[in-house]
Structure formats: C-alpha cells, structure tokens
Design a protein around this ligand. Structure first.
Ligand code: SF4
Length: 431
C-alpha cells in the first residue's frame, strides 16, 4: 500500500496548458525498462520517426545511460506538430517515462506520507493557472506508487533531514518548522522582510540545542511549536521594517553571491540555452565576468538581455500584488513541500536548506532587475526570474557541490544573507 500524498496549506493552482515548454527544455533520462518499453511501441513505422534514433547517450562510457533523443531544435523527438506527446496520445500517459509523467510535480517523502510540491519552472505553475493542487492528489498518488515500486522503494523508512549535520529530530518537528516558516512567509509586509524574519529565526535556532541535555526537557512537539511562535513574535519586533536600515552586503557577500546567482540564472539545454553556455571557453569567461561583477552580464540564459551588472544593483520600481503573490507562493510551496532540504535539495540539512531558499529569492530578485533592464515589464521580469531560478533550485547539480554548500554556509555565518535579501529584494516603493 503506497504512502498517502498530502496537500499543502498554501493555495497553489496548476493544470497543464500544453505549452510544450518542458518537452523542449529538458533532457529526459530513461531507465532500461522505459527504453525497452518505448522501443517495443513500433515507432520505426511512424512516417515522422522512421530512421530517427529515439534515444541518445546520457552518461559517460563508465556509467552508460540513455535519454530521450532531441530534434535539431532541442525538442523531444516524440513531440508532435500539435505540441502533444506522441507516446501519450497513442498509448496513454502510463506509457511515457515516469519523469515526463510526474513533471512539474515534486513528490517529497515526509515520513508516513508524501508532500506534493511543484516546479515553478513550468509557466502554468508560476502563473497559478488551473485547479488547486489539492485536486490533483489522485493523480499524484499514482506517481507516488510508481516511485515506491521503483526508484523510491523503501521511502517509508527514510530518515528526516537533520536540522544541522548530526542534529536529528523526528519528522513531526521538521514539519512543524516548515509550517512555522510558511506562516512567516505568508505574513504581511514586504516579501524581502518576511525572508529576513525567516533568516532571523534560523539564525537563533542554529545555536539552540533541542535535544534534552543535562536534565533539561527536550524541545519537541508542542513545546517546539510554542518556541517557534515566540521567535516569530520576536522577529516581528526585532527585524527592521525598512530594508534601508540593513547594511549593504559586504565584499565577501557580493563576491560569493554573484557566482551563486550565475548558477541560478543559467540554462544549459534546449532553446533557452544561454550563448555563454555553448563552450567551455564561454563558461570560463562568464565565470570570470561574474566574479568581477562589472560590464555586461554574460548571457547564461537566452532571456538575459544586453544589460550591465549595474542594472542588477538598481531596484525595481515596485512589486504588483500579482508579483507579491507569486513570490509568496513560490517560497511557501518550496518550504511546505520540503523541496528546500533533504533529498530534494542535495541533502541539505533544514537550516541550510532554508538559507539556500533565501539566497535563491535574492538571486531571483537580482535576475528580475536584469531582465527588466532589457525592457520587460516588472511583473513579467519577476515571473520569468522565478521560473529560471526555480529550474535550477534543487536540480542544477553544480548547486549540490561541496564548494557551493561551503559558499552558502559562508554567507550565513558572515551574516550576509539578510543583507543580500534586503539589498536585492527591496524595491523603489518598498513592497
Ligand atoms: S511546461 Fe507545464 S504547462 Fe507547459 S506542457 Fe509542460 S507541464 Fe504543461
């Protein structure tokens, strides 16, 4: 009996709009079983696919792996002229690779159940189009069962992510923390200040031992909930309302943040691949320019306009209610679904995962400024920035390297994260 899938408290809508963006952007890995199943579907008899290789090598010679092949324009070979998947249309959803079926859902283990998250890289998710996510649970249960029968076998016994390395707590406490943080992100005031309140609470909790030591009672269950509510009230009183009261990011903060923002702002496959990503020399030059932080912003993504790094330091005039709603939903869905830590985010412990998400927020706001400098309206720039950053969040393997984890911890330990959030999250009108 598969574990149940539980909905989130945040209202997030989604339905596939058949825009085919996902069929054009990603390289989809297939298991040997999926490859054999698709090969047996007889595509060599299809007039458009006769003689077309259906799969391409995805791994090195030491670890051979396969993915669905792409056409010259980057789209999946199975994408038809009507923007529909030929496998789905001919044999039904279950005949497709599991990765295609699940996208843009993110199923995250949460002890005795799965949480249903969403990838905001999908335009329909970012634009909040369709039915509430809670109405997709039956479909999500099907995918959870398929995961449990394959790649996620034994998920029921998975340990919860620790709060910090070696600091294990029960699943219930991890979920309690996620609920408290989601509450902070749902609160009033500017989105950047909400993130600074989260960072304030994380900063205090990092230095708190929850396990009972020396005869002290362990802080768990309702007691932890009470503590988190108290910290949220303290954060409300202590965190400056005006981002101008927060010092500007220091030299270390800027030096570490720019390469991180470069990773969040890149696309290496599909039609949105950035010109700077096409060769090793281009990538190297791009890294140097991000480290220097002056001149033109390298085109790590096709959407990046001709803009200078100075544009990234200039606030957007203000955020519309729609942009505030998107930034709020994005943060809350990532937190409540558990997409910010553990196996969904390169094994990051809870506190590190929350700091990673705060840094991703700062990167999205930096990118929105750059996109707006190319003439995009602010709302469109924020939406696209969230989509691009979320495409990398938890998926760009470079973000999971120890060097990046160290960089993130450096930003946290030097107190640079609230400064970066205030600096890049502020707008001309303070929203
Ligand atoms: S990107 Fe989203 S809306 Fe577009 S086809 Fe894929 S799942 Fe559907």
């Amino acid at each position: 009996m598969p574990l149940p899938v539980r909905p989130l408290t945040v209202l997030q809508n989604w339905d596939c709009q058949s825009c085919s963006a996902c069929c054009r952007q990603y390289h989809v890995s297939v298991t040997p079983e999926e490859r054999a199943r698709i090969e047996a579907q007889g595509w060599e008899k299809h007039p458009d696919l006769a003689g077309v290789p259906l799969f391409a090598r995805a791994g090195g010679w030491l670890s051979p792996a396969w993915r669905l092949n792409s056409r010259a324009d980057g789209a999946c070979v199975f994408l038809g002229p009507d923007n529909r998947c030929r496998i789905h249309d001919t044999f039904g959803s279950a005949a497709k690779p599991l990765a295609c079926r699940i996208y843009p859902y993110a199923l995250v283990p949460a002890g005795d159940h799965w949480k249903l998250g969403l990838r905001f890289a999908c335009p329909s998710a970012a634009e909040d189009r369709g039915r509430p996510l809670a109405e997709h649970l039956a479909e999500a249960r099907e995918y959870a069962a398929a995961l449990e029968a394959g790649p996620a076998a034994g998920v029921a016994a998975a340990a919860p992510p620790p709060l910090r390395k070696g600091d294990a707590v029960p699943w219930g406490d991890v979920l309690r923390i996620a609920t408290a943080v989601s509450g902070l992100l749902a609160g009033g005031g500017s989105v950047e200040r909400r993130w600074r309140k989260v960072l304030y609470v994380v900063g205090l909790m990092r230095h708190t031992t929850l396990a009972g030591a020396g005869g002290m009672k362990a802080v768990t269950g309702d007691l932890l909930g009470k503590m988190l509510r108290g910290l949220a009230e303290t954060a409300e009183a202590e965190v400056p309302a005006d981002p101008a009261e927060v010092p500007r990011p220091g030299w270390v903060g800027r030096m570490v943040f720019r390469p991180l923002a470069a990773l969040y702002a890149r696309k290496d496959t599909g039609p949105d691949r950035g010109a700077a990503q096409r060769s090793a020399a281009g990538r190297l030059l791009s890294a140097v320019r991000f480290a220097r932080g002056s001149g033109r912003v390298p085109k790590t993504h096709a959407a990046i306009p001709d803009a200078t790094f100075a544009a990234g330091e200039t606030p957007l005039p203000g955020l519309s209610d729609a942009a505030v709603s998107l930034l709020t939903r994005w943060g809350r869905v990532k937190v409540e679904s558990g997409q910010f830590c553990g196996p969904a985010n390169f094994g990051l412990p809870v506190w590190d995962g929350l700091e990673a998400l705060a840094a991703a927020f700062a990167a999205a706001m930096w990118l929105a400024r750059v996109l707006a400098a190319g003439g995009r309206p602010a709302d469109e720039a924020v939406t696209l920035a969230v989509r691009i950053v979320d495409d990398n969040f938890g998926f760009n393997k470079l973000l999971g390297r120890s060097r990046q984890k160290f960089a993130l911890r450096l930003l946290g330990s030097k107190g640079e994260l609230p400064k970066l959030v205030a600096w890049y999250g502020r707008t001309g009108q303070g929203k």
